[in-house]
Design a protein around this ligand. Structure first.
Ligand code: TXA
Ligand code: MG
Length: 377
């Protein structure tokens, strides 16, 4: 099947620093059974990657845009398709431990332990890179980020490609990461060779990134694998200091991609932090002010609070999940931000969540989406 979905109006999402060339190529879309993917279908996809082409594929975190990690030209194509700054390095996805040793040096005992505990899975580790990995893949860094995804189709694709697969999230740069095939089609149709439709991504937030090149492992991007889970396996784990205080990020994040205002919806978003009984009336009040200003208002709330926002039918209320189920909140987060784009709201007010465990990753993505606009009540 060939993509029939209308292409995005790129001019409407062009942002500062985002260089998008108009591209028109035929993007093939294949639908697979995510749990038991058909080997022949993935063989074709693997051949495209081996020959220097680009394939979007499902993982357990978000959809990835894959190319040959050992081919600088493929990396350049990835940056061009995404409109991504080329100083932002790519993660190399592997399907076996042998592949790790082809591309990474200095794999420590701690890294071996983390691999045993969490691979395949939503954990990316950073190592010194071997010569074979081109600078184009690592944005010129002497290190390489590596992940073994826990998704049958992703693993089968990497095996079929026969090379490590460099894959950023399969969105246009600056848009929320894709957790559904329609998100990938919307952003990249006409810009890449193939999209593998494997349905909804389970986790919905990008992998935890841990730098393994220092004395103490350091989290550069929080994700589903929490600091507590890592510390249970290897003892002390540090946090990139720029992640510590979400409201006033100072210094340069160690993962180059974390410096960009990623995950951003088109509307101006504000997080409201505090207890429910204070947060809800504050959001209602801000929504009323914005509506009297002729603005279209979106609200991100929970199952527990949704009834409080029935005061006006004009408010676009989206329930992100139940407070007791952070995994559901994580899975819904990017889809909801994209829906607000489609609904063309002008402003979004979001409730906030406890930032422990998985909540740390959820709040990290939400505050980035809000460009760190936060009100404490
Ligand atoms: O879950 C995920 O990790 C998804 C799926 C597709 O696997 N991929 C993903 O890739 O989120 P991307 O490109 O959107 O994010 C990669 C992040 C960026 O912030 C980048 O700066 C950082 O990883 N990174 C990559 N290589 C690095 C390195 N050598 N040192 C520090 N940070 C690195
Ligand atoms: Mg990304």
């Amino acid at each position: 099947m060939i993509a029939k979905t209308a292409l995005l109006d790129y001019s409407s999402i062009r942002k500062e620093g985002l260089v998008l060339t108009e591209q028109q190529m035929e993007t093939k879309i294949i639908t697979i059974n995510a749990a038991a993917p058909d080997a022949a279908q993935l063989q074709e996809a693997g051949t495209i990657i081996r020959n220097g082409g680009l394939v979007a594929f499902p993982t357990e975190t978000v959809y990835g845009l894959g190319g040959n990690a050992l081919d600088a030209e493929a990396a350049a194509k990835i940056y061009e398709a995404k409109g991504r700054p080329s100083d932002n390095p790519l993660i190399a996805h592997i399907a076996s431990e042998a592949q790790l040793h082809e591309i990474a040096d200095g794999v420590s005992q701690a890294a071996e332990k983390l691999m045993d505990a969490f691979w395949p899975g939503p954990l990316t580790m950073i190592f010194d890179k071997k010569e074979i990995v081109p600078d184009g893949t690592t944005g010129g860094l002497p290190t390489v980020a590596v992940r073994m995804p826990a998704h049958p189709a992703a693993l089968a694709l990497i095996e079929a490609a026969g090379v490590p697969v460099a894959a950023p999230s399969a969105n246009l740069s600056g848009r929320p990461s894709p957790t559904l095939p329609e998100h990938v089609i919307q952003d990249l149709s006409g810009r890449i060779d193939l999209i593998i439709d494997g349905g909804c991504c389970d986790i919905g937030l990008e992998s935890t990134i841990v730098d393994m090149t220092g004395e103490v492992p350091m989290i550069l991007r929080p994700g589903y694998i929490t600091r507590e889970m890592l510390e249970e396996v290897v003892g002390e784990v540090a946090l990139d200091p720029t992640l510590l205080d979400n409201s006033s990020v100072q210094g340069k994040p160690k993962a180059p991609g974390m410096k960009y205002r990623h995950y951003a919806p088109k509307a101006a978003m504000t997080m409201v932090v505090g207890d429910d009984e204070d947060v809800v009336p504050t959001i209602i009040c801000m929504a009323e002010v914005a509506m009297s200003d002729e603005k279209k208002v979106g609200v991100i709330c929970t199952e527990e609070t949704k009834r409080s926002y029935c005061f006006s039918e004009a408010v676009d209320v989206k329930v992100i999940g139940s407070r007791g189920e952070p995994a559901v909140i994580a899975r819904n987060l990017y889809r909801i931000l994209r829906e607000f784009d489609d609904d063309e709201v002008d402003v979004i007010y979001s409730e906030s969540f406890p930032s422990d465990h998985l909540g740390q990753a959820i709040m990290n993505r939400l505050t980035k989406a809000a460009g760190h606009r936060m009100i404490r009540v």
